[in-house]
Write a protein that binds this ligand. Structure first.
Ligand SMILES: Nc1ncnc2c1ncn2[C@@H]1O[C@H](COP(=O)(O)OP(=O)(O)O)[C@@H](O)[C@H]1O
Ligand SMILES: [Mg+2]
Length: 395
């Protein structure tokens, strides 16, 4: 049968070597993070627990996926529990069940499958699993099933001698389910020699609530790790290499690209993706190609950025606009006045924005910078219009 000819556009789409959605799986796709990867594997194997903080799309799940793979090679049972937008205790049960279903293999999988069968509470690694019980179970039953499922590492350890690594990703979302963090804590604090836990989250303020608040310390001894931006030299070398490998040159576009994205992992890949797309085979990108890629990236992200801006409180909008548009700090009286901020409310607003990871400390220390360089660009293009006195900001 004759094959349909692919058009050049289709071929270039298939070839684009820069992925900017979802966690990366292949280790050759991943820039750096080798030191972090080794450090967290050592902790997990040593039975220590870990809390990892990094803004959204900073590569947390990518790194955790690598950690799980390393732990599997070291003969641990693993589960990566995604807690993003978890709604209820029953939903939490489903998330944990799915995590084991996704990662357990071979003998360990059969052992767990057999165990869940004997419990006879509706848990299963295949088929619909616990979801089918959700609507009919009374809440007390779901609570009991959760406690039982959280004890799975103990049962596994008794039966197979293996330790388990359980990762809770986007763990701050557990705060939306009353009592859930307490239930998790009550079980896992007794798992010292049988399991390690890693907690990853994107909002430092909520992570502090979970871990440092004396009323709800999830794991007091969890070792903290803050995910840093990617090293710019490594990001540049990676982009350069991938352009060359596909018969292109990043050329004079490379420097402005890494300076603009300043190590933000997803933004680096997004910009590189569009730069590559705009660079025909056998040619070299330049500053103009970079600006065009920047515009395309902004176009792609615009809806999302607008929604993020809308969700900010009025004073947060003012501070973000000041940071993006005015030289110097919003703490300076003239800058505060220019965006209609009362001098007394600047410090608290900055703190709130840091707690939500909208701002991070500049790598050079001191001053806060906007975490997402594309959001900063969007805020700059938006400008300071519509900012008068204390009136509500409209987009
Ligand atoms: N170490 C890395 N090297 C290259 N790109 C990365 C790296 N980490 C993250 N990314 C980019 O960021 C995107 C989001 O990564 P992800 O792990 O899902 O972030 P998070 O879990 O923090 O939201 C990936 O699709 C990829 O484009
Ligand atoms: Mg993630």
């Amino acid at each position: 049968m004759a094959r349909r000819q692919t058009t050049p556009a289709e071929r270039s789409r298939a070839l684009n070597p820069f992925r900017y959605r979802g966690p990366l799986k292949a280790s050759q796709d991943i820039i750096d993070r080798a030191a972090e990867r080794e450090q967290i594997l050592d902790l997990a194997q040593g039975g220590h627990s870990l809390r990892m903080i990094g803004p959204r799309r900073y590569g947390k799940t990518t790194l955790l996926t690598q950690l799980l793979r390393d732990a599997e090679k070291a003969d641990m049972a693993t589960a990566l529990v995604d807690l993003e937008d978890v709604l209820s205790i029953g939903d939490l049960v489903v998330r944990i069940e799915r995590a084991y279903a996704n990662s357990l293999k071979g003998r360990m999988r059969s052992a767990v499958e057999a165990l869940l069968n004997t419990w006879n509470v509706g848990l299963s690694l295949g088929g619909g699993g616990f979801t089918v019980r959700l609507s009919s179970n009374p809440p007390a039953t779901n609570d009991a099933v959760l406690l039982r499922l959280l004890e799975l590492p103990r049962e596994l350890h008794q039966r197979t001698g293996r330790q388990t690594l359980v990762v809770f990703d986007e763990v701050q979302d557990i705060l939306a389910v009353p009592g859930a963090d307490g239930k998790i804590r009550s079980v896992i604090q007794h798992h010292e020699d049988i399991a390690s836990y890693a907690f990853a989250g994107s909002a430092p303020g909520m992570m502090d609530q979970l871990f440092s608040d004396p009323r709800r310390p999830l794991l007091e001894q969890a070792v903290g790790l803050e995910l840093a931006p990617l090293p710019l030299d490594q990001a540049a070398a990676y982009i350069d290499r991938r352009f060359r490998a596909t018969k292109r040159r990043a050329g004079p576009a490379l420097q402005p690209l890494v300076e603009f994205t300043r190590g933000h992992p997803q933004r680096t890949m997004l910009l590189a993706h569009f730069l590559w797309k705009l660079t025909p085979e056998a040619s070299t990108a330049d500053e103009r190609t970079f600006l065009a890629a920047q515009n395309q990236a902004l176009g792609e992200a615009r809806g999302h950025l607008r929604a993020i801006f809308k969700a900010l409180k009025p004073n947060e909008k003012r501070v973000m606009l000041a940071l993006a548009n005015l030289p110097g700090s919003p703490r300076e009286a003239a800058n505060a006045a220019a965006v209609g901020l009362k001098a007394g409310s600047v410090a608290a607003t900055l703190e709130g924005l840091r707690a939500g990871a909208d701002l991070i400390d500049a790598p050079t220390g001191g001053r806060a910078v906007i975490t997402d360089p594309l959001f900063e660009l969007w805020l700059r293009r938006r400008g300071l219009t519509g900012l008068t006195g204390a009136t509500e900001l409209e987009d």
